[in-house]
Design a binder for this molecule. Structure first.
Ligand code: AMP
Ligand code: TRP
Length: 324
């Protein structure tokens, strides 16, 4: 089964990226045919500094590898190294109704945020994402909840294309994790954990002291009971989910363990769980950050393999669309 997913090169990975997306990648790469991509072209839709992009792309690759993506098992590459992504994106532009793009939740949010400086790339973002997915005849796309709508649009685009030009694309399906699909912000548990909210993130490669400090400062709810109630106690519920997923302990068991304890004891224990589980990631990250040549070689091999799949899909697409 072909699996595809992408992550933007926009800073360090947080625990939401890990629990929502990467943890699924690690399970899938053991059995399936996985392709993972650092989506640098998507990163251009938000204001960015050209001189910083190469560093960020390399850092993102290091993060992927440090969190367990194995280049022996999966293809790892950079989106712009395979020009077929932009070529297919153009063609898909011509089968996608503008109305479908205008109703995307992420576009509605971002177009508000970038009101003064709104580029067409932000609107067309999901089309490039559809091209990423469809080029590899992807069956399953593991992502966090915020990307589900985009994957569904890719599915619609595949269907529309196939109907108009003949069967070329597989219709992809979204894969969400049961609990980690939407990890909430530490500073505002009613919003999702996101790099754009200050104090929101626990990063995968944070040092133990930073982890302790952030968890102790995490916003919790009134009351003192450690109980899973996402509506009334969103702060504690989010911390319980993180505890449960990282320690692989069911939530009721954690509630029982802390029945007679307060928030502070629970937070201290959670900090220790996070510090211990992330220890191997921190170690591997430090090691790989020193091995730039090795990481670049992985990306270059990855692009070669990705390109051969992408080229064969594009050959079919060109034939079907009359581009001969
Ligand atoms: P991004 O860093 O926005 O490119 O996201 C990379 C992956 O992480 C995507 O599959 C997202 O859906 C997922 N993701 C981002 N934020 C969260 C979150 N707070 N909880 C769960 N998954 C997330
Ligand atoms: N848009 C995704 C995000 O922001 C990243 C992404 C780009 C992606 N192309 C993709 C995810 C293809 C899955 C499949 O998280």
């Amino acid at each position: 089964m072909r699996i595809f997913s992408g992550i933007q090169p926009t800073g360090a990975l947080h625990i939401g990226n890990y629990l929502g997306a990467i943890k699924q990648f690690l399970e899938l790469q053991e059995k399936e045919d996985c392709v993972f991509c650092v989506v640098d072209l998507h990163a251009m839709t938000a204001p960015y500094q050209a001189s910083a992009l190469p560093r960020n792309v390399l850092d993102a690759a290091v993060c992927y590898l440090a969190s367990g993506i194995d280049p022996e098992k999966s293809i790892l590459f950079v989106q712009s190294h395979v020009p077929e992504h932009t070529e297919l994106a153009w063609i898909l532009n011509c089968v996608t109704p503008v109305g479908d793009l205008l109703r995307m939740t992420q576009y509605k949010e971002k177009s508000r945020q970038f009101q003064k400086d709104l580029n067409a790339g932000l609107l067309n973002y999901p089309i490039l994402m559809a091209a990423d997915i469809l080029l590899y005849q992807t069956e399953v796309v593991p992502v966090g909840q915020d990307q589900q709508q985009h994957v569904e649009l890719a599915r619609t685009i595949a269907r529309q294309f196939n109907k108009r030009f003949g069967e070329v694309f597989v219709e992809p399906k979204t894969k969400l994790t049961k609990e980690g699909a939407k990890i909430m912000s530490l500073s505002d548990p009613r919003k999702k954990m996101s790099k754009s909210i200050p104090g929101s993130c626990l990063y995968l490669f944070d040092e133990p002291d930073q982890i302790k400090e952030k968890i102790m400062a995490a916003i919790t709810d009134t009351g003192r009971e450690i109980k899973y109630d996402p509506t009334k106690k969103p702060g504690i519920a989010n911390l319980l989910i993180i505890y449960s997923l990282l320690s692989e302990t069911p939530i009721p068991k954690i509630e029982k363990k802390f029945r007679t304890k307060g928030y502070s004891d629970f937070k201290k224990a959670l900090a220790q769980v996070v510090i211990d589980t992330l220890e191997p990631f921190r170690k591997k990250h430090k090691e790989l950050a020193q091995r730039e040549v090795y990481v670049k070689e992985i990306l270059s091999q990855g692009a070669k393999k990705a390109r051969s799949i992408a080229q064969s899909t594009m050959e079919e697409v060109r034939k079907k669309t009359g581009l001969v």
